[in-house]
Write a protein that binds this ligand. Structure first.
Ligand SMILES: Nc1ncnc2c1ncn2[C@@H]1O[C@H](COP(=O)(O)OP(=O)(O)OP(=O)(O)O)[C@@H](O)[C@H]1O
Length: 266
C-alpha cells in the first residue's frame, strides 16, 4: 500500500504546536472553563492518544485542534501556520459513523465527495476513492451503500474518506466506541498499519486506557478543572504491536497503573 506516503512530511518533524490554549463555553457569570493553558507538540508520523476523566474536555480539545471550535486563548499551529478554522491538513473521524456518512451515496461517492473541493475530475476522484477503500480493506466495495455495511466497515469508509483527502493528521474522537470488541481490535490494528505504511499522524481520544496505550507512541493525560496536560507517557513499544503480546508487556502494566493513578487523583 503506497498511496500518499510520499506526501507526508518527514517523520519526526513538528507538525502541530499548541501553546497556552484555553477554552470555555458561555460568558460572564455562566462561563464554564473547560481547558486552560494547554500545551501540546505533535511530530509527523506520531500516534498520540488523549485520555482523561469523563467530561473533562477531551472532545472539546479535539474540536479545537481540528478548527471546528475556536479557542478563547492561545494558538494552534499546523505545519508552521497558526490556524483559525478547519485546515486541509486535518481530517476528523467521529465516533458516530452512521451520521458522518451520507446514506444516499455509495461508499465510493462518500469517499470521493470532499475531493470535489480540490478541483479533481470525476474519474480521478473515483480512482482515489477506490485506492483508499482498498487501503482500509474494502477493495471492490465502492458500489455498496453505507447501510449495506456493518458498523466496522462503515467506520473504515470514514477513515478512507479522511485518507483520500490527503490529510496529514487524523483526529479521531472515540472512533471505535460503537463497535463490538473483535471489530474494535481489527480497527485498532488497521490504524496501526495505516500509520506505519502511510506515515499519517494520528491523534485519538479514547476512554479506554488499554486502547490508548496499545496504539500510541505517546499518551497524553488531561485532567483537573479547567483541564490541562498533567502527564505524557512515551510508550516505547516500537512498531511491532500485537493485541496479546504488547498488552502482556510489563511496561504496559506499569504505564496503565501510572495513568489510572493519575486519573484517580482527579
Ligand atoms: N456545546 C457545548 N456547550 C456547552 N457546554 C458544553 C458543550 N460541549 C461540551 N460541553 C461541556 O463541556 C464539558 C466537557 O465536555 P467534553 O465533551 O469535551 O468532555 P469529554 O471529556 O469528551 O467527555 P466524555 O468523557 O463524556 O466523552 C462538559 O461539562 C460538557 O457538558
Amino acid at each position: 500500500m503506497q498511496l500518499q506516503a510520499d506526501a507526508q512530511p518527514e517523520a519526526g518533524t513538528q507538525l502541530m504546536k499548541v501553546r497556552g490554549m484555553s477554552m470555555s463555553y458561555g460568558f460572564g457569570a455562566s462561563e464554564n472553563k473547560i481547558l486552560e493553558d494547554l500545551n501540546l507538540d505533535v511530530a509527523s508520523g506520531e500516534f498520540i492518544s488523549i485520555v482523561g476523566p469523563s467530561g473533562v474536555g477531551k472532545t472539546t480539545l479535539l474540536r479545537c485542534l481540528s478548527g471546528l471550535l475556536r479557542p478563547k486563548a492561545g494558538t494552534i499551529e499546523v505545519s508552521g501556520t497558526v490556524i483559525s478554522g478547519p485546515h486541509p491538513d486535518l481530517a476528523v473521524v467521529f465516533q458516530d459513523y452512521s451520521r458522518s456518512l451520507m446514506p444516499w451515496m455509495t461508499t465510493r461517492d462518500n469517499v470521493a465527495f470532499p475531493l470535489q473541493g480540490k478541483g479533481m475530475g470525476k474519474v480521478e476522484r473515483n480512482r482515489v476513492a477506490d485506492e483508499n477503500l482498498a487501503a482500509v480493506g474494502l477493495e471492490g466495495q465502492g458500489d455498496k451503500f453505507p447501510w449495506e455495511m456493518s458498523g466496522g466497515m462503515q467506520q473504515r469508509v470514514a477513515i478512507a474518506r479522511a485518507l483520500a483527502y490527503n490529510a496529514k493528521v487524523l483526529l479521531m474522537d472515540e472512533p471505535f466506541a460503537s463497535v463490538d470488541a473483535q471489530t474494535r481490535f481489527d480497527l485498532e490494528d488497521l490504524v496501526i498499519k495505516l500509520k506505519q505504511e502511510l506515515g499519517v499522524t494520528i491523534l485519538l481520544v479514547t476512554h479506554d486506557i488499554d486502547e490508548a496505550l496499545y496504539l500510541a507512541d505517546k499518551v497524553v493525560v488531561i485532567a483537573e478543572k479547567p483541564a490541562t496536560v498533567v502527564d505524557e507517557i512515551i510508550t516505547g513499544f516500537g512498531e511491532d504491536r500485537d493485541q496479546l503480546a504488547t498488552k502482556a508487556d510489563p511496561r504496559f502494566a506499569d504505564a496503565r497503573a501510572r495513568i489510572m493513578h493519575r486519573l484517580r487523583k482527579d
